[in-house]
Design a protein. Structure first.
Length: 201
């Protein structure tokens, strides 16, 4: 089994690539989803996050309001580091469980985790291969503005909190250009998947 980390930047097309790889036969999981599970009332990180950030982040049903939490951490790097330090260990546990399950079900399969900041936090080292969803900065800005009904300033603020894509290229084994039409991106993803399958075998 080949452990693959799929990453990119804000609105760089990594989720679309993940869906393509899954369609080709890869086993795909999402770090964001694992993080959400850890933050649910039944999740391991729930109580600790409330202790750290206060009951103000809860909605009326007792769930963590991710928008309220995001408003705190996305404007303060120290607060974001605190949140990551609480949540990431539980995300990694889920990733390992996912890899174990794939290894049992498909010993020569390709197991992919999609995660935005694996390079920034150093967890990219846990994978056999890194795939990067890449596109020009202007494309990222336009996609984010359209998708989130956001301003250019909001897009740039979010993008500049992440490592630039040109820096992430240095860590990638495979780079998929997502700037063209979706059918072209899909074919580029297919070519990468073929190589990953060969490596997994």
């Amino acid at each position: 089994m080949l452990k693959v980390g799929l990453t990119g930047g804000l609105a760089s097309g990594k989720t679309y690539i993940a869906s393509c790889l899954e369609g080709f036969g890869a086993h795909v999981a999402y770090a964001d989803q694992f993080g959400h599970e850890a933050l649910r009332p039944t999740g391991e990180a729930y109580a600790e996050v409330i202790r750290e950030f206060g009951v103000e982040i809860l909605d009326r049903d007792g769930f963590i309001d991710r928008a309220a939490l995001g408003a705190i951490v996305f404007t303060d790097q120290q607060q974001l580091k605190k949140l990551n330090a609480i949540v990431h260990p539980y995300v990694f546990q889920r990733e390992e469980a996912f890899f174990d399950q794939v290894a049992q079900e498909d010993a020569s399969g390709v197991a992919v985790i999609e995660a935005a900041i694996m390079i920034e936090i150093g967890s990219y080292k846990r994978y056999d291969r890194i795939v990067l969803a890449d596109c020009p900065l202007e494309t990222q800005i336009e996609r984010f503005m359209e998708r989130n009904k956001a301003s250019r300033e909001q897009a740039l603020l979010r993008i500049h909190r992440q490592m630039p894509l040109e820096e992430k290229r240095k860590y990638a084994d495979y780079v998929i250009d997502t700037s063209g039409p979706m059918p072209r991106t899909k074919e580029l993803a297919r070519a990468v998947y073929v190589k990953l399958r060969e490596e997994a075998a």
